[in-house]
Ligand binder design. Structure first.
Ligand SMILES: Cc1ncc(COP(=O)(O)O)c(C=O)c1O
Length: 474
């Protein structure tokens, strides 16, 4: 059974079947209506979608319709969608002759819904290709629009039920095991209740800061180092934490304990808090603390990493040194890199020196075997990069490196280095083989990067108490 068939079957039995009778159609109008039913159902049950992908399986005179994916960020499906020709790739993945796909584009309250046909294995799918509708072209779609705008008013019980359903039916590649919120003053393990108030200053004005810590073998790695940066960021963002450092630390550890997560990550936020929708935080009731435990997030595996110089401007030093929730430049830079086949974008600072990656630091090994990293005065001071610089002293003692230095690095120097690497808590240490058109070193994974990765993994598993905090599970 192909991956796609598994997906369809899962969706037919879970999400689609939850909303509709098993959808079968035999004519183009029928397809249109079934597809639109599906979208309406999803838009009523879940949050508004920008587009949905509908899969169609043909069985003699009948066809089954299933929603394959919605435009959810981070889903691998969405990644396919963003690239041109992606649906052809998808069809190749399905490998079958009997599959067709249509993209349904719509938005909440929009009066149109366009079903675009997609060919199957290079030829138009007979049933799907006949369907092409827009609000201007078809009376049917106007009726659909009217249906979508008929927004139900829900009781508390219905909201709770739908929140639960929306969690269950979302294809998510991460499991959220526990969340702490100072707004409710406790921990929940129900993903549908892991919410924050809409009027929180962090949500509508970006007035919040965050940080992370990896969980490995039941220990939190570098919790105190991340926590120090978290509180520094909060101070720069003029957010007065609702608790002192020891209490925040205790809450974070207890949240991981309650999650029972031994392998994963912890993310936490400090916000000016909920209160109103104004720009000034003076109306915010009380600063809020949120934390979430995410199960075993596998780092993005990619062999032969290429990086791209970002055309998105770097944040000014004042904002680059604090870990605020304003990551739009980082997101755009990452998207630009992905569009160009790269792993991440690399920023240069205002003087054109190498700065950092979208959510990682960079390091180089020179021809003289010196490990170089850009200063932290205009970029985020990476906890992993700092720890790597300490662990690298072992390589200096062994004669593999001649020294470790933080200083300005020019692009020319970086591109002609023996090795280039990305360093961060999400990826640990990753060798870069190409930067724009320039192959780095001999184009193979560097021995220093490999040795540093080994050292940091060892540190995570058996490092000193200053970097490993044991989690009490209960
Ligand atoms: C902009 C930026 N630079 C660098 C880093 C690496 O920091 P760390 O090693 O603490 O994960 C991150 C990660 O959060 C980041 O977002």
């Amino acid at each position: 059974m192909t991956i796609m068939k598994c997906l369809i079957e899962r969706l037919l039995t879970r999400s689609t079947a939850a909303f509709l009778p098993r959808p079968i159609f035999s004519s183009k109008t029928d397809l249109l209506w079934k597809a639109n039913d599906l979208v309406s159902a999803r838009s009523h049950f879940c949050q508004p979608l920008k587009h949905s992908v509908i899969g169609v399986e043909e069985h003699g005179n009948h066809s089954h319709v299933a929603s394959l994916a919605s435009s959810r960020p981070c889903s691998w499906f969405h990644h396919f969608m963003r690239q041109e020709g992606s649906l052809h790739k998808l069809l190749n993945v399905s490998g079958g002759k009997n599959w067709g796909f249509a993209i349904l584009c719509h938005g909440f309250g929009m009066s149109s819904s366009a079903v675009q046909p997609v060919s199957v294995n290079g030829r138009p799918s007979t049933k799907v290709s006949a369907v092409k509708v827009s609000a201007d072209e078809s009376a049917e779609s106007k009726a659909v629009g009217a249906h979508i705008s008929n927004v139900p008013r829900l009781s508390r019980a219905e909201v709770m039920e739908r929140l639960k359903l929306s969690q269950e039916t979302h294809t998510r590649n991460q499991n959220y095991l526990a969340m702490y919120s100072s707004v409710i003053g406790g921990i929940t393990a129900d993903p549908e209740l892991m919410v924050i108030p809409m009027d929180d200053h962090m949500v509508h004005r970006g007035h919040g800061v965050f940080d992370t810590a990896a969980i490995m073998d039941g220990y939190l790695y570098e919790l105190d180092q991340h926590l120090n940066r978290f509180l520094r960021s909060a101070s720069m963002a003029k957010i007065n934490p609702p608790f002192d450092r020891a209490t925040i630390r205790n809450i974070l550890i207890q949240t991981v304990g309650a999650s029972n997560c031994k392998e994963g990550s912890l993310r936490y936020w400090l916000s000016a808090g909920p209160g109103n929708f104004l720009l000034s935080p003076t109306g915010c009731r009380c600063p809020s603390l949120y934390a979430i435990v995410i199960e075993g997030q596998a780092p993005r595996e990619q062999i032969g990493i290429k990086v791209i110089t970002s055309s998105i401007p770097i944040k000014s030093p004042q904002f680059a040194v604090m870990k605020s929730v304003n990551y739009l430049p980082n997101v755009l830079s990452m998207m630009e890199a992905e569009e160009k086949g790269g792993f991440t974008g690399i920023w240069l600072d205002y003087e054109s020196y190498v700065a950092e990656g979208t959510n990682m630091n960079v390091g180089f090994v020179t021809a003289e075997k010196e490990l170089l990293m850009p200063h932290f005065d205009k970029i985020l001071s990476g906890c992993t990069a700092k720890r790597v610089s300490v662990l690298a002293e072992k390589l200096v003692r062994e004669g593999i490196l001649t020294g470790v230095r933080f200083r300005n690095v020019t692009v020319e120097e970086g591109k002609r280095a023996n090795e280039m690497m990305l360093i961060g808590s999400g990826i640990l240490v990753k060798s870069v083989l190409q930067w724009d058109d320039q192959v780095i070193g001999d184009g193979k994974e560097g021995p220093v990067a490999r040795a540093l990765l080994h050292l940091i993994l060892e540190d995570m598993k058996a490092g000193p108490a200053s970097v490993r905090v044991r989690v009490p599970y209960y």
